[in-house]
Structures are given as structure tokens and as C-alpha cells.
Design a protein around this ligand. Structure first.
Ligand SMILES: Nc1ncnc2c1ncn2[C@@H]1O[C@H](COP(=O)(O)OP(=O)(O)OP(=O)(O)O)[C@@H](O)[C@H]1O
Ligand SMILES: [Mg+2]
Length: 247
């Protein structure tokens, strides 16, 4: 089982859109996937509202007794895609993690899933907190969406230094560009210079596209809503990059 996270301390940069699209693409690729919405505001749920319930394997049943999250798991929202929605019980997740000792609580919570799950996708809230440390600890790779501005570059450097200082595996961080508007000189320039400016920069730039905003309205991942768009192609490229990173 591999664990990836979509994280940025900045809000509204495309974490949830990427997490949902990647989780869906993975599940379509014969990769049994669990998407966990760790953000109490729960935006992932909007993007999956259009899913037809399918008869699942009842992962939740299998895990009863083994995992405290079992009862929160929605099995097979799409074939091969399980989902843990943001739940009020996770609202104080940070506090719970604070009370427990050790940096690997999140990892321990996920461990019972490993036989049945190939990939866990964590959709993180835009905070720099104890939860962030847990995520950085548990994840094999952390994908960080960046809108191409100098301020974003600055906050990327801060995040990288934070992870490095705390010995949280700065090397796990993988930036990619999000909401790219190629009409803007600065966007084009920064996308081009990404690999020079940032360690481990992926070669992915998700364009700014209204069709991504429509995912929320329609409750569908982009691959179902509009597969023949540049934005859908960018998420497919990101999924290919992730596969290369993980396996
Ligand atoms: N590539 C894109 N083009 C246009 N709109 C986008 C794109 N990606 C995301 N959006 C829109 O921007 C808003 C924020 O996106 P999203 O929820 O994915 O960001 P987030 O980083 O998860 O935000 P938060 O920090 O609040 O969790 C949403 O309305 C979404 O539809
Ligand atoms: Mg989000």
C-alpha cells in the first residue's frame, strides 16, 4: 500500500480537485484506492456527489474491529474507489493527534487497510499543524499544487525548509503547477523555470479551466465530466508521474 497526500498551506489552490481526479484515475487503473478527506470543510464530497452507488466489497465490514475508521468508509463510490468523507468526528482530529504521542498515529490508523488497498490519497486542509506533520510522516510522497506566482514560490520554500528542519522528509515533497493561465507572462516563465527553482518539481501544469470548477457542480471527476480537455490531460499526466514516483 502506498500513501500520497495533496497538501499546501495555502487555501484554494487545487488540492481537492487534484486529490479527487487522481484517486479516480487510480481506481480506473486497477489500483484499489481509498480517498480520505481530512479537511473538516469536506470539499471532496462535492466532487463525488454524482457517483452511482455500486455493490462493493464492504471494506468497512472487513475492517470492523481492526480499524477505528471502519464505520466511516464508504465502499466503492466508484468501482475500486473507497472514500472517507470529512466527518464531524474528524473535526478534532488535530487535537486527538496532539494528545497521542508519536509522529505515526496517522500511519497506524491506515495500517489495517494495507491488505485491501493499493493506494491511499489524503486530501489535506490548508493548515500547517500537527496533522501536517503526521501527513508528511505517513505519506510516501506529498504533491503540492502551486499557482505560479512569486508568493507561491516563497511559501514553497518555507514549506520545504519546515519539512527539512523538522526532519519530515522534505524529499517527499513534489510540487506541481495548478491554475496555470498561459496568457500571463509570469505563469509561463515560472512554469518553465520550475525545475530550476524548486527541488523535485514535477513536469505537470494543470491549466486554469472553468471545467474544473464545474466538477463541484456536477459532482463528477474530470475524467467522467470532460475527458477530452487539456485539464483532464494534465491530471492524467500527473497520475503517470505519481505512478513513476511510487512504483
Ligand atoms: N485548474 C483549475 N481551474 C479553475 N478552477 C479551479 C482549478 N482547480 C481548482 N479550481 C477551483 O478553485 C476552487 C478551489 O479548488 P480546490 O477546492 O481544489 O482547492 P483546495 O486547495 O483544495 O482548497 P482548500 O484549501 O479550501 O481545501 C474550487 O472552486 C475549484 O473548482
Ligand atoms: Mg481542499
Amino acid at each position: 500500500m502506498r500513501i500520497i497526500a495533496f497538501y499546501s498551506p495555502k487555501g484554494g489552490v487545487g488540492k481537492t480537485a487534484a486529490a479527487v481526479n487522481i484517486a479516480y484515475l487510480a481506481s480506473q487503473n486497477n489500483c484499489q484506492t481509498l480517498l480520505w478527506d481530512l479537511d473538516p470543510q469536506g470539499a471532496s464530497s462535492f466532487y463525488l456527489a454524482g457517483a452511482e452507488p455500486v455493490k462493493g466489497r464492504k471494506l468497512s465490514k472487513l475492517l470492523e474491529g481492526k480499524s477505528p475508521m471502519a464505520k466511516f468508509i464508504h465502499d466503492d463510490v466508484y468501482p475500486g474507489l473507497d472514500f472517507i468523507p470529512a466527518h464531524s468526528s474528524f473535526r478534532n482530529f488535530d487535537i486527538k493527534l496532539e494528545q497521542e504521542s508519536g509522529d505515526n498515529q496517522l500511519k497506524k490508523l491506515l495500517a489495517p487497510l494495507s491488505e485491501e488497498t493499493s493506494l491511499v490519497v489524503l486530501d489535506c486542509p490548508p493548515t500547517l499543524s500537527r496533522l501536517t506533520e503526521q501527513v508528511l510522516n505517513a505519506a510516501d510522497k506529498v504533491y503540492v499544487p502551486l499557482v505560479p506566482t512569486w508568493l507561491s514560490m516563497n511559501s514553497w520554500n518555507q514549506l520545504y525548509d519546515f519539512a527539512k528542519d523538522k526532519k519530515l522528509g522534505a524529499k517527499k515533497l513534489r510540487p506541481f503547477f495548478s491554475m496555470v493561465d498561459r496568457r500571463k507572462n509570469l505563469h509561463r516563465e515560472l512554469v518553465e523555470r520550475g525545475p530550476e527553482l524548486m527541488a523535485n518539481c514535477t513536469n505537470v501544469a494543470v491549466p486554469y479551466a472553468s471545467v474544473v470548477e464545474r466538477m463541484g457542480e456536477e459532482g463528477l471527476p474530470l475524467e467522467k465530466l470532460a475527458p477530452n480537455t487539456p485539464a483532464a490531460a494534465a491530471y492524467r499526466k500527473l497520475w503517470q508521474t505519481i505512478q513513476k514516483d511510487l512504483w
